[in-house]
Design a protein. Structure first.
Length: 233
């Protein structure tokens, strides 16, 4: 019987991307929960085999404007307290950090574009080791503090906390190892306003996606596959 993976998606183009293939190969059946379409209360917070919380253009602290964030944090509190397999990417990682009691706040600058990670000692001994030589896609303005008891795995000059792990089952990633560079145009259109406000040229991102997309796809899939193999029931 296939295991169930639920991906909570905030905007249509920020999906599981290149991670879908290794997820299926690991024996999971994938279901998307689209915020604003599907009701989160129908998602069983603990029994679901794997929950992946994807990125989005809102801040964890925007609960007054976007009340669904309250429901997501509540769901994650229950799930993380039970140590159930959970992966957060960008906004998803920030929501996990908040659910674990860590702070989330705007950074000094937006970090958008392809750039390498610097792995910590713990990061080098984790599945993130596969990303050591592959520039990853960064697309965020906020950042999280490392939750109590968690290990910091990676950093960049623009963002001191790029990833954390709490045992083998809980992984938060500020960056986007799942991004499919072949579909970068969807990101450039969907985030056109943000790029213009930040004064960033989409042609640079387009060129870098063509250059780094294949190495990131391969390294990201290896990272994700190893993480899935090391999960504990």
């Amino acid at each position: 019987m296939p295991k169930t993976a639920v991906a909570i998606r905030h905007v249509p183009f920020e999906d599981l991307g290149t991670f879908e293939q290794p997820l299926v190969e690991a024996g999971f059946k994938l279901h998307y929960y689209d915020i604003g379409v599907d009701e989160l209360w129908t998602l069983e917070p603990v029994k679901t085999d794997l929950v992946i919380v994807l990125g989005g253009p809102v801040g964890v602290y925007d609960t007054g404007s976007y009340p669904f964030l309250i429901d997501e944090i509540a769901l994650l509190k229950d799930r993380l307290a039970a140590n159930r397999p959970t992966l957060g990417i960008c906004l998803g990682a920030q929501l996990m950090a908040a659910a674990l009691g860590a702070g989330v706040a705007p950074g000094d600058e937006k970090e958008i574009g392809f750039a390498p990670l610097t792995l910590t000692e713990a990061g080098g001994q984790s599945p993130l080791a596969h990303l050591a030589n592959a520039p990853v896609l960064h697309w965020h303005g906020d950042s999280f503090a490392i939750p109590n008891g968690a290990k910091k795995l990676a950093e960049t000059p623009a963002c001191a906390n790029q990833a954390f792990a709490l045992g083998p089952n809980i992984l938060g990633l500020q960056f986007h190892p799942e991004a499919d560079a072949k579909r970068i145009e969807r990101w450039l259109i969907g985030h056109a306003c943000e790029l213009a406000t930040a004064g960033l040229d989409p042609s640079v991102l387009r060129t870098d996606a063509a250059r780094y997309g294949a190495p990131l796809r391969d390294a990201g899939r290896l990272m994700f596959s190893q993480w899935l193999k090391e999960l504990r029931p």
